[in-house]
Design a protein around this ligand. Structure first.
Ligand SMILES: [Zn+2]
Length: 160
């Protein structure tokens, strides 16, 4: 089974099981207390990968961070050298503060887009929003923050 097929199995219905997908791909998932300005990290050690998420953040934020780091695994792991890629401050611009690697702000945008795609699959989110017409209710169903859902719905042209 390809990686995408594995991920798809965990993203069929809300709330998407992002940690399940991470584990099914053989990646170690950890939640640990981090500094307030740190969201999570993606760590590569040869063929072993770890995704770390700041245990102090809200469940929605942890899910978004986990999905963002999964994006680095799927899209960028070949660009990364051994070591830790640390992500700070999700609300603002990303600041990648790890050792030598070729991850740029562009890759952070890609990882964010990946996270939105898997946590709020276009077809599912449109269907639920058109039925419920309620950002808060749909956000709760998908385990995402209302602000993340609003951005998604705007990008899908479902709200102005
Ligand atoms: Zn990142």
């Amino acid at each position: 089974m390809s990686e995408w097929e594995i991920i798809r199995q965990y993203t069929q219905r809300p709330p998407v099981d992002v940690v399940g997908a991470i584990r099914a791909l053989g990646i170690l998932y950890r939640e640990e207390p981090m500094r307030q300005d740190q969201s999570g990290y993606f760590q590569k050690s040869g063929n072993y990968y770890t995704i770390g998420v700041n245990a102090n953040e809200s469940p929605q934020r942890k899910r978004f961070t986990a999905a963002h780091e999964l994006g680095h695994y799927v899209l960028h792991r070949d660009l990364l050298q051994n070591g830790q890629h640390l992500d700070r401050l999700f609300s603002g611009p990303f600041e990648a503060t790890s050792g030598p690697n070729r991850i740029s702000p562009y890759h952070e945008v890609q990882a964010n887009r990946f996270a939105a795609d898997i946590l709020m699959p276009a077809a599912l989110v449109s269907q639920r929003f058109q039925r419920l017409m309620d950002v808060g209710a749909v956000a709760a169903e998908f385990g995402v923050s209302p602000s993340a859902l609003k951005i998604r719905l705007k990008n899908l042209n479902l709200i102005a």
